[in-house]
Design a protein around this ligand. Structure first.
Ligand code: GAP
Length: 529
C-alpha cells in the first residue's frame, strides 16, 4: 500500500549531485542563479530521454496498427483552450505567507494542530508609531516556547515600520489572545505564520502573437500549451479523414507542455516546462471502461519493460467525487520516489467530453460515421497520459545503487552503479584499449569503435587504469565495457586462439567473457533493445 511519507532525503541528494556531476541534468541558466522550475538535460540525460521517447513511440505507434502519431504546435489558439475549459479554469489555489511572502499551494498544506497566538496590532512607545492589523502565529509543537510566537509576530509588524532603524524586538504587541486549533491549513508549516486567504492562480503561460500585437489586443493572445492532449482533439478529424481509420484508434504525441506551477519542486518532478507522452484512444462508448482497464495493464507492462520495479509502482483507482466530473474511471500510476509516492501517469476515461466541447465551440461536425451500423456519434476517449521527465526521474532513482565491495580488513570500497536497462542506458558500450601507449591496441580499439558507432552510442576511453575506467562507466550506467588487450592482438603466448576477440565486462555482475569481434555487433544489438 501507499507509503506516501517514506522519504530518503540523503539518497535524493546523492542522485541530484550525480546528475549534475555526470551530465544527466543541470539547472537551467545556473550561471545566472537558475530559472526556477526549468531544467536542461546534459549529454547523458539527453540520451536517456531520447531512448525513453523512442521506446514509447516504438511500442505505441510503430508496433501498433491502430495508433498514429502527431506533432502539434506548442503555441495554442485561445479558442482551443477556452473550449477545453483551461482558460479561466486551469488554476491552483494559492496563498502567501504573510511573513516571508513565500507562495504555497493551498491544497498541499498538511493540516496542523496547536495553539494559535492572535494579535490585533503593535506599537513603538518612543516614536509613537503603531499599526492596527490582525495577525496570528501557530505553534504546532508540544511545549514550544510561547515567545517564539511573539518574536514571529514582531517580525511581521516590523514590516510596516516607516523608520527601518527601529528593531523588531522593540515593538509592543497589542491584543494578545490564544485559541486551540485542530487540523488547520491556514498557517505556514515552515514558520507558523498566518497565510493569506487562498486565491486562484492561473497556471497557463500567456503570450502575444504577431508583429502588431499589443498587450491589450485580445485577438493576439495565444498560450503555451498546458498539455499535448488538446491538439490531438482538435486534429482528430483531420487525422481520421487523411488516414481512413476506423474506431477504435488512437493518436499519440510526445511534446513539451508548460505550467506556471506555484511550487516547482523535487528536482524535475514538478517543473514549469516538461514533456508529456500522451495517447488519446478513440472508441465506441460501450468499450470505454474495458479499454481503460486494458490501457492500465498495457502501461504497467511498459514500466516493467523499462525497468521500474513492480513493487514500487502503485495504482490508485480515483474514487467518485475526486475524478473530473466527466470521467467515469481514472487510474493514477504512482511510483515510490525517494521523496515519497508520487504520480507518474494518469489513465483516464474521458467519455465524449473533449470532442463534445470542441464540436460545441467550433461549430464543426466532429462525429464519427460508422459505415457498418450507419450510426453517427462522438467517439469516447481513453487517455493514458505520462510524464516523460517524471519517468526519466523514476528511471534515474531506480537505477542509482551503491554497492559495498569492501574486502574484509580492507579499505572501504563503495561502487556507484546506475543499473539502467541497456535499452535506457545513455552509453551502450565503452571501448577501452588496455594501454594507451601501445599503438596496436589503440588502433584496434578505434576499429571496434568505428564498427559499432553507426548503430549505438559508444564511448571511447584510453585514460587511467582499466579498473578506474570500468568504475567510471558503472557510474553512468554503461552496461558493457569492451576491453582490447594483448589477447585481442594474438600476442599472448598460449592464447593465440583468442586473437580478434575482446573482453566484455558486464556492469551488474562485473563478470567478464570473450566475444569475437566478428560477432560483437549482433551480440550487442541483441542485448541493447
Ligand atoms: N491530458 C491530461 C493531463 O495533462 P495531467 O495529470 O495534468 O493530465 C499528465 O498530466 C502527466 O504529465 C502527469 O501524470 C505527469 O507525469 C506529467 N506532469 C504534469 N504536470 C507536470 C509538471 N509540472 N512537471 C512534470 N510533469 C508533469
Amino acid at each position: 500500500m501507499a507509503n506516501k511519507d517514506q522519504t530518503d532525503t540523503n539518497r535524493m541528494e546523492k542522485i541530484v549531485s550525480l546528475c549534475k556531476r555526470k551530465g544527466f541534468i543541470f539547472q537551467s541558466a545556473e550561471i545566472y542563479g537558475g530559472l526556477n522550475g526549468c531544467w536542461d538535460y546534459g549529454p547523458l540525460g539527453a540520451e536517456v530521454k531520447r531512448n525513453l521517447k523512442d521506446l514509447w513511440w516504438r511500442k505505441n505507434v510503430l508496433e501498433r496498427d491502430d495508433i498514429l502519431g502527431l506533432d502539434g504546435s506548442i503555441l495554442t489558439h485561445q479558442a482551443v483552450l477556452s473550449a477545453s475549459g483551461h482558460v479561466g479554469g486551469f488554476s491552483d489555489p494559492m496563498c502567501d505567507c504573510l511573513l516571508t511572502k513565500a507562495r504555497l499551494r493551498a491544497d498541499q498544506i498538511e493540516p496542523q494542530s496547536g495553539i494559535a497566538y492572535h494579535f490585533t496590532g503593535a506599537s513603538h512607545e518612543e516614536s509613537g508609531w503603531s499599526v492596527d492589523r490582525a495577525y496570528s502565529v501557530l505553534l504546532n509543537q508540544p511545549n514550544q516556547d510561547e515567545n517564539k510566537a511573539r518574536k514571529t509576530a514582531r517580525e511581521f509588524y516590523a514590516q510596516f515600520l516607516t523608520d527601518k532603524q527601529i528593531p523588531a524586538k522593540k515593538l509592543i504587541l497589542v491584543g494578545e489572545s490564544t485559541s486551540e486549533e485542530k487540523e488547520v491549513t491556514h498557517y505556514n508549516p515552515e514558520n507558523g505564520s498566518l497565510l493569506t486567504e487562498p486565491r486562484d492562480f492561473e497556471l497557463m503561460f500567456k503570450t502575444q502573437m504577431g508583429a502588431s500585437a499589443d498587450d491589450n489586443d485580445p485577438n493576439a493572445t495565444a498560450y503555451l500549451r498546458p498539455e499535448t492532449a488538446q491538439s490531438i482533439f482538435v486534429q482528430y478529424k483531420n487525422v481520421m479523414d487523411s488516414n481512413r481509420v476506423k474506431l477504435p484508434f488512437g493518436i499519440a504525441q510526445i511534446g513539451k507542455a508548460f505550467r506556471n506551477e506555484i511550487n516547482p519542486r523535487n528536482f524535475t518532478f514538478r517543473s514549469r516546462e516538461f514533456e508529456q507522452m500522451e495517447i488519446e484512444y478513440f472508441c465506441r462508448p460501450e468499450d470505454g471502461l474495458r479499454l481503460t482497464d486494458e490501457w492500465l495493464a498495457n502501461r504497467l507492462a511498459f514500466y516493467d519493460e523499462i525497468g521500474l520495479k513492480k513493487e514500487k509502482l502503485h495504482v490508485l483507482d480515483i474514487p467518485d467525487g475526486e475524478r473530473a466530473h466527466y470521467s467515469q474511471k481514472t487510474y493514477d500510476i504512482e511510483y515510490d520516489f525517494p521523496f515519497g509516492q508520487q504520480e507518474l501517469e494518469g489513465v483516464a476515461y474521458r467519455g465524449d467530453y473533449d470532442l463534445g466541447k470542441h464540436k460545441e465551440h467550433s461549430g464543426k461536425p466532429l462525429e464519427y460515421f460508422d459505415e457498418q451500423t450507419k450510426e453517427r456519434f462522438i467517439p469516447h476517449v481513453v487517455e493514458p497520459s505520462a510524464g516523460c521527465d517524471r519517468t526519466i526521474l523514476a528511471l534515474i532513482c531506480e537505477a542509482f545503487d551503491e554497492e559495498d565491495l569492501t574486502k574484509e580488513g580492507g579499505k572501504q570500497d563503495i561502487r556507484t552503479v546506475m543499473r539502467f536497462k541497456p535499452s535506457i542506458a545513455p552509453i551502450k558500450a565503452a571501448i577501452l584499449p588496455l594501454l594507451k601507449n601501445k599503438p596496436e591496441l589503440v588502433e584496434k580499439a578505434r576499429e571496434v569503435k568505428n564498427l559499432l558507432q553507426p548503430f549505438m552510442n559508444v564511448f571511447y576511453d584510453e585514460t587511467a587504469a582499466i579498473g578506474r575506467r570500468y568504475r567510471r562507466q558503472d557510474e553512468v550506467g554503461t552496461p558493457f565495457c569492451i576491453a582490447i588487450d594483448f589477447e585481442t592482438m594474438g600476442l599472448e603466448e598460449g592464447k593465440e586462439d583468442l586473437k580478434d576477440t575482446v573482453t566484455i565486462r558486464h556492469r551488474d555482475s562485473m563478470e567478464q567473457e570473450r566475444v569475437a569481434i566478428s560477432e560483437l555487433l549482433p551480440w550487442l544489438l541483441e542485448r541493447i533493445h
